[in-house]
Each structure stands twice: as structure tokens, then as C-alpha cells.
Design a binder for this molecule. Sequence first.
Ligand SMILES: C[S@@+](CC[C@H](N)C(=O)[O-])C[C@H]1O[C@@H](n2cnc3c(N)ncnc32)[C@H](O)[C@@H]1O
Length: 328
Amino acid sequence: MASQPQPTAFPTGAELLQVQADLWRHSLHYMTSMALRCAVQLGIPTAIHRNGAAFLRRLMRLLAASGIFAVDNSGEESVYCLSPVSYYLLVDGIPRDEQHISSHSSFVLSATSTRCVEAALGLADWLKKDAVAPPFEELHGATLFHESLESIDAEFHRLSNEGLASHDDFGIHIALRQFSDIFEGMRSLTDCGGGDGTTATAIVKAFPHIKCTIPADGVISYVGGDMFKFVPPAQVVMLKFVLHHWSDEDCVKILAQCKKAIPSREEAGKVLVGDIVTSCSPGPISETQLLMDVAMLTVSKGRQRDENDWSEIFVKAGFTDYKFTATE
Ligand SMILES: C[S@@+](CC[C@H](N)C(=O)[O-])C[C@H]1O[C@@H](n2cnc3c(N)ncnc32)[C@H](O)[C@@H]1O
């Protein structure tokens, strides 16, 4: 008789960063193949052998080997169950400790969609020509996440924005605990490029004394507008997962606007950048960073940056003092 699936332990705080990296890595793994295709098309000798998995058991075996599902092989038959990663793929999300863990299935579906894959398939052609726009925009005539994409493909636009929104509060409660000293002393905050306001809402819930600018419910005020032209003033301006979508030149322009929006260092003015800092140490997190970098090349003018790249941008934007802090 086959053994019964064991209930999976819910991911702990320490596992959450790994879950995020795994979700990105598994959703974007095809970027390795696209980069390889590009290398072959450009004449760089490379060999790859891939075996397709035609049936569910083989598919599940692969997905379990990748850590997307867990497997119990102790009985006569393999029993598959949820792993920490697949917890985040439940269609309706899952309630947990008075919060709602949102589903990341839209992110997976959007990152593996024909629109994204086709853009990556065109990488070699794109590299051979002197294109101004990124491959995604060249191919589809609009930028990923931009409202102009809605009239071209409303369903894809909805899916990609849903995927983006689900990432907005990913691990935010852990970050708020880890960086509580920054938030405790904060008087006011502008969440620049703050999406649907999920992050700002979590911040105000944890630190009700902060006057926060972005979507409204009386405590938080929403201000529309272009961050290249104006950023609403506050003691602290936050840019979370915004700058990696933009070129170095654009980052300098955005940061310069943020600098104008904050008071002097003596008055505790700060710009808080939450983003990826690439490292050379091998491992899944580092691989995820490289996959995200090629993904950015495909869909935007942005890139992932190491400490030197970030320092250069901060200095060009007029900042003389900055500090890197890694999430644990
Ligand atoms: C990648 S999302 C980041 C969302 C959120 N901060 C997070 O942590 O997931 C980038 C956000 O920047 C906004 N955005 C793009 N261009 C902008 C502009 N020129 N001015 C202000 N916001 C902009 C988009 O609407 C989107 O909400």
C-alpha cells in the first residue's frame, strides 16, 4: 500500500528568501536555454542534450528533483506533496498567521508565457541589430507592465501585473522586522514606484507613526506622477525593486529626483533602495541573480548590479554617503 503524504512544514522566515530565489529560478530557468541558443546562433560552440518528459510521472519526478514538489519514495509508489515553493503556487493563496500569503502562480505563468519566451528567443537577432528598445518591446510594440500593453494583450497584461503585485509583499514582514531600527525612527516615507501599495500598507500597519505616501485609506496618501520629474517629499524615499528595471542613466535621473525629495543628512533624510546586489559566490541565489539579469535584458533596459555598479550610480546621482545591508 502506498504511504500517505506527510503534512509539509510551512516555510520559516529563514526559508523565505530561499523560496523567493527558487520561484524566480524555476520560473526563469529557460533563460539559460535562451542564452545558450543565443550563443549557438552567434557561432559559439556549445553542446546541449535535452530529454523531454512526456508523461505526468516523469514530469513530477523532474519537478520534485527541482524542489518544486516534495516526494516520499518510502512506499511502493512515489507520493508527491507540497514543498515550500509549491505552497506559494496554490491558486487562491493561503491564510497564515492573520496574513494572506498570495499565490505566485501568475508570476510563473507570465514569466513562462509565449510573449516572454518569444522575446527571449529573439535575443540573438536583437543583439545583431542596433536596436534601441529591449527585445520584448521590439517584438510586441509595448513595454512589459506598461498600460499600452493592455490594448495589445489584456489577459497577458493582467497576468503580468498580478504576478508583480504578488511579489510586492514577498518577505516584507521579515524585512520590516530585520530593518525595524530604520523604520522605528522614520517620520515620513514615500514608496516610489510602490505598485498597488501592498508594501506601504504593511509598513504603516507595522509602524503606524509613519506618514506614508502611496495608495490611500486615510493613513496613506496616493500621489500619481512621473518619478523622472517629481518625487513627493518625505524624510525617507524608498525604491523597492524599481531600479533594476532601468538603465544606469535612468537610475541616476530617478535617484536625483529622490534626493531632491528628502531633507539633509543632518535631518535624517535617506533614500532606501531595496534591490538585488549580485555576488560572485556560486549557488542557486547567485544563479537566480544571473537569470534575472538576462530577463531584464530581454524585457527592459535594466540590469542586476554589484556593489561597484550601485556605488557608481549613487555617486553620479549626488550621494556621498551610502551603506549596503544584506537581508539575512
Ligand atoms: C517593478 S514595479 C515595483 C513594485 C514594488 N515597488 C515592488 O516592490 O514590487 C515598478 C513600479 O514603478 C512604477 N513606475 C514605472 N514607471 C514609473 C514612472 N515613470 N513614475 C512613477 N512610477 C513608475 C510602475 O507602475 C510599477 O508600479
